[in-house]
Design a protein around this ligand. Structure first.
Ligand code: MN
Ligand code: MN
Length: 498
């Protein structure tokens, strides 16, 4: 029997906004989950998928992708790549897998929400495939990560980290819960695709894949590419939703959702991709700096997407321009000096040659963040290891959950963004994180950062209190990945004076 071509049946099969007979429309689509923004259903039905696909074609395509990625892994599994990899690459793999695997798996829940409660049939179709995509991303990454478990117990954290109260998962969960898991279907669709996937997954999956291939980690590179092709497809849900919102008088709300989600994800990726690209990737394999990728792919390409769809550039675009050269350098310092609070083995990545690269990519680096590293290096050289770990806990932003850090060294610039509400003071890393809080204080005011939990007694006292609370037994507390050998090549100031 001859089969119909997809274009002959697709539009008819898409008409699934049926009239319910057993329940009311409101019961089927409760407002908190299926908010319409006052836009009539006929308008939502105009959603036209930029990428149309049948389930049969989807399964075939995904099966081929899996075969590709798993067979590269199988062919290379005996090459002992991991055992020969440098502490640089091991730290990068540990960081990537232990925050990305579960975040991907959780995304399936956000797409399932869009599938069940989206008002546009076309959006529901695309989100169904998005749900399946994200399950695959969670599973394939967990499988690839667990290959290394026999070499290194740190990969236990690829799954475990999401279940702990370690400060990094708290920060990431807070951001993802906000944009993807606690809002109505249309808002989640806009925030997840236009705040995370369209602007940022390229950084971690395309740029890192290029670095991985240069490093000889071909199975990681192939896996990352196979994921990014899914991201590029399902991220296209966002644009038609935005166009419907804008055409029906909801531009202001759409703009606000994109601005909140984009900033929240920028803060997360600045740490994940920023440390990954500018520090953990071995010098000889670096493709470009975070700043370069951000300027080209995010500020440039994503910026053009935002304006072409009919929105304005976010109000904080100038602040972002500055932030791409600063924030992640401060975070890398924090991750290294508070290394026991990380589950992997953090590395400094500021050898003389690496500093030259940083200075070239970020003119003034030596005069600012380099000044802080000078102190760390001097202390290590003198054997004062305990002085390389600050006595005081850092101030944590009550929005992004990351360290509050300003300009350092000779360009000292303190940060002071706070707000008093109902007898409590909230601190922020930036005017943008503060603005997000002020947009919906009731949504955010109940959250307690890890520092709030230390101060209010939630975290047990005693030397192991914070580690017990964060799920870190003694071998799960970060130590210098190079055992301080990276400072070879530096002279102490007394040697230099001789
Ligand atoms: Mn994904
Ligand atoms: Mn995705």
């Amino acid at each position: 029997m001859a089969m119909l071509k997809m274009e002959d049946w697709y539009d008819l099969a898409r008409e699934t906004n049926w009239t319910p007979s057993y329940v009311t429309e409101d019961e089927l689509y409760p407002e908190p989950m299926a908010k319409t923004f006052g836009i009539p259903i006929e308008e939502w039905e105009k959603f036209d998928e930029p990428y149309k696909m049948s389930y049969r074609d989807y399964v075939k395509m995904q099966r081929d992708k899996d075969i590709g990625a798993y067979s590269v892994k199988a062919a290379l599994s005996r090459s002992n790549f991991f055992e020969k990899a440098s502490p640089h690459w091991k730290a990068l793999l540990a960081l990537h897998f232990s925050v990305v695997c579960w975040a991907e798996f959780h995304s399936a829940s956000s797409f399932a929400r869009q599938t069940r409660f989206g008002r546009s049939p076309g959006m529901r179709n695309m989100a169904t495939f998005g749900t399946l995509d994200e399950m695959r991303h969670g599973q394939i990454q967990m499988f690839f990560a667990y290959e290394f478990l026999k070499h290194d117990a740190v990969f236990d954290w690829c799954h475990k980290s999401s279940k702990t109260e370690n400060w990094i998962p708290i920060s990431l969960r807070h951001a993802l819960d906000d944009i993807a898991h606690t809002r109505d279907a249309a808002s989640s669709a806009i925030m997840l695709t236009m705040g995370l996937e369209a602007p940022f997954t390229n950084l971690q999956f395309v740029a890192l894949s290029a670095d991985a291939a240069k490093c000889g980690d071909h199975s990681f590179a192939t896996m990352l590419q196979s994921i990014q092709t899914d991201e590029a497809r399902h991220a296209q849900i966002g644009e038609p939703v935005l166009r419907i919102m804008i055409a029906n008088g909801q531009k202001e709300e759409a703009q606000r959702l994109v601005e909140i989600a984009f900033w929240r994800m920028w803060k997360q990726f600045s740490v994940l991709s920023g440390i990954g690209m500018d520090y953990y990737t071995p010098l000889e394999h670096r493709e470009g700096s975070l700043k370069e990728f951000m300027e080209e792919w995010v500020i440039g390409q994503f910026g053009r997407t935002v304006t072409s769809v009919g929105l304005d550039l976010p109000w904080y675009w100038d602040i972002l321009h500055e932030d791409i050269s600063t924030f992640h350098h401060a975070q890398q310092l924090g991750v290294y000096v508070y290394r026991a609070l990380q589950w992997w083995r953090p590395i400094a990545c500021v050898s003389p040659a690496e500093r030259d690269w940083l200075e070239e990519k970020y003119p003034g680096w030596n005069d600012t963040y380099g000044k802080c590293w000078d102190v760390v290096i001097e202390n290590i050289k003198n054997g004062d290891f305990e002085k390389t770990v600050p006595k005081m806990p850092p101030l944590i932003c009550n929005m992004c959950g990351l360290e509050v850090a300003g300009g350092a060294g000779n360009q000292w610039k303190p940060v002071n963004y706070n707000l008093d509400l109902e007898g409590r003071r909230y601190h922020f890393c930036s005017s943008v994180c503060k603005w997000i809080f002020e947009e919906e204080p009731d949504r955010y005011k109940g959250h307690r950062s890890i520092i709030d939990r230390i101060l209010d007694g939630t975290v047990p006292t005693g030397p192991d209190g914070i580690f017990d609370y964060m799920g870190q037994s003694e071998p799960e507390r970060g130590v210098d990945g190079y055992d301080y050998q990276w400072i070879n090549g530096y002279e102490t100031s007394s040697e230099a004076a001789e």
